[in-house]
Design a binder for this molecule. Structure first.
Ligand code: 3UK
Length: 532
């Protein structure tokens, strides 16, 4: 086998991938397309009007890799990306990998405090950021001790990434890596508020592209992908970058907020064939469809993940658009989707069946498999799962056991093999497909001088999607509950990522607690005593 190649063995039942002993994943994802005759094909289109061919992509990946090496970075050094969806995201991500560095894309919706934590935890040597995030980034850098060696803005000025790229050579030899070597990290939120870096290997993106991208989506060279979920999420990274690059297809990037308006406009303008959303966005888009009829005729298939897709949204979307939404569950640790519905085999309200290449087990509290129909904790095994959490042996030991991964989710499987989501095993919730820790929102609210005690829980809205709600014991009876609510909402929005504020505030005389003083959040989900 030649260097950097993958051989796919597929029969009816199983799928096996064989990697060359010398394997840098940037070669099959980026360089291969030029040698396979796709150099002039458009790889990336953006809402800013950019068009990047596979040739230009390969050259700019090399330039970017050279620019990072010229800073003095050495093999294994981490490069943080706080970068919006744009072509430079691709250049930094793949340039780093090709040069033997570890790219670490992070959520661009976070705040200075979160960035400071991740910058310190990762021990990164460089950080690349889009100009939109300058204020939060500078505040994070000011908190860092020792100072970060290199922070580089994508554009503007003589030291911007664009300038560095333009001055660097378009030739770069890939670092000789192995399929099992560390390649990139993705941070996942923890219930106690500190994100954990999931360490992924060179082979992982190949595995998810082949197993989910090709086997489930049937992605082909003539597809055009558009992911409303951003590239910094493992979900968006697969949808909007790795899957299209694996088969030489095209991707459409939008650097703004995904709203019904912006997503419909993007679909009409760029005519994607595969559209990737999250349940809250599908629900909002359905509302818009009541008054507008965007042309969605280019789309052959829709995908949903991040949180469970209610059957009602699936059904109404089909009625309105004629399109099927494939719900599937994935995770940052698994890299992408491992249980999914299929075009010719789906069950509304279910996550579907196992994706080829993965194994699943539903276990009871003692670790034994449960009978069909019984809920239990879902464990998965597959070759795309993270090797460990960076710098966190305790959490790694609990979560990654004998090549199995604990998803933290409760599931049951029915007689026909469909898997049904029953909830998390911790207090974490998904809001708009993004992690939200109740403890983090509580910590913010308790900072406010009028708040004595607080508990935050997730509650399903009218269409069955979870939203955070706060139960608050105030120190003093306020003159106006509306005014205090407005103030608390503002307080949250200023100090937390924008999607993390409570949608409802309930004022209560006391919170339900156990004998040992632990708040009983499950009781709040059921009922509460209002004083308003
Ligand atoms: C929940 C779902 C029910 C579940 C992700 C697709 O969401 C992704 O990764 P995260 O690390 O979160 C993982 C957790 O989110 N979840 C995700 N999808 C579903 N619950 N139905 C679903 N369809 O709790 C899971 O453990 O943010 C999704 C691809 C890659 C991903 N990283």
């Amino acid at each position: 086998m030649k260097d950097h190649t993958v051989i796919v063995d597929r029969d009816e039942e199983t799928l096996a991938l064989h990697f060359a002993p010398v394997f840098n994943v940037a070669v099959p994802f980026i360089d291969r397309h030029c040698s396979e005759g796709r150099a002039e094909k458009v790889a990336i289109r953006t809402n800013q009007g950019d068009e990047v061919s596979y040739r230009l992509l390969a050259e700019n990946v090399n330039r970017c890799g050279n620019a990072l090496l010229a800073l003095g970075l050495v093999r294994g050094d981490r490069v943080i990306l706080i970068v919006k969806d744009c072509a430079e995201f691709f250049y930094v991500f793949w340039g780093a990998i090709k040069a033997g560095l570890i790219p670490v894309p992070i959520n661009t919706l976070l705040r200075a405090k979160d960035y400071a934590y991740i910058l310190a935890d990762s021990g990164c040597k460089a950080m690349i950021y889009s100009p939109e995030y300058t204020i939060e980034v500078q505040e994070a850098l000011a908190q860092l001790e020792p100072r970060l060696a290199h922070s580089i803005c994508v554009e503007g000025g003589n030291n911007s990434l664009r300038t560095l790229i333009s001055k660097s050579s378009a030739k770069l030899e890939p670092v000789a890596a192995a399929a099992g070597d560390d390649c990139f990290w993705l941070y996942s939120s923890g219930s106690t508020g500190s994100p954990k870096g999931a360490v992924h290997r060179h082979r992982d993106m190949v595995v998810s592209s082949q197993f989910y991208g090709i086997e489930i989506l049937g992605i082909r060279e003539d597809d055009v992908c558009f992911s409303a979920a951003k590239l910094f999420f493992a979900y968006g990274l697969g949808n909007g970058m790795t899957f299209p690059l694996w088969v030489g297809a095209s991707t459409v990037l939008h650097d703004g907020r995904p709203t019904p308006q912006s997503t419909f406009e993007t679909i009409e303008r760029f005519k994607p064939t595969l559209y990737f959303g999250v349940p809250t966005l599908y629900a909002a888009q359905l509302q818009t469809l009541a008054t507008q009829q965007p042309d969605l005729s280019s789309v052959r298939l829709c995908v949903s993940a991040g949180e469970a897709l209610p059957a009602d949204i699936f059904n109404r979307w089909r009625e309105e658009t004629g399109l099927t939404i494939l719900d599937g569950i994935g995770s940052t640790e698994a890299l992408h989707i491992f249980i999914s519905n299929r075009v010719d085999d789906y069950m509304p309200g279910s996550s579907g069946r196992v994706v080829p290449g993965y194994q699943l087990q539903i276990r009871d509290d003692s670790g034994q498999g449960v009978p069909t129909g019984e809920p239990g904790r879902l464990w998965i095994r597959g070759d795309s799962t993270a090797r460990c959490y960076w710098n966190n042996p305790e959490k790694s030991k609990q979560t990654m056991v004998d090549s199995w991964l604990d998803t933290g989710d409760t599931y049951f499987q029915d007689e026909d093999g469909y898997f049904y989501y029953c909830g998390r095993n911790d207090d974490m919730m998904k809001v708009g497909g993004i992690w939200c820790s109740p403890f983090e929102i509580e910590a913010k609210l308790i900072e406010h001088y009028e708040v004595l005690e607080v508990a935050v829980v997730g509650r399903a809205d009218a269409v069955g999607l979870i939203k955070p709600e706060a139960y608050i014991v105030l120190k003093n009876q306020p003159e106006s509950l509306d005014a205090i609510t407005e103030e608390l909402r503002k307080h949250c929005k200023e100090g937390l990522a924008p999607y993390k504020y409570p949608r409802q505030f309930h004022y209560v005389a006391e919170l339900p607690k156990t004998a040992t003083g632990k708040i009983q959040r499950y009781k709040l989900r059921v009922e509460c005593q209002h004083i308003d």
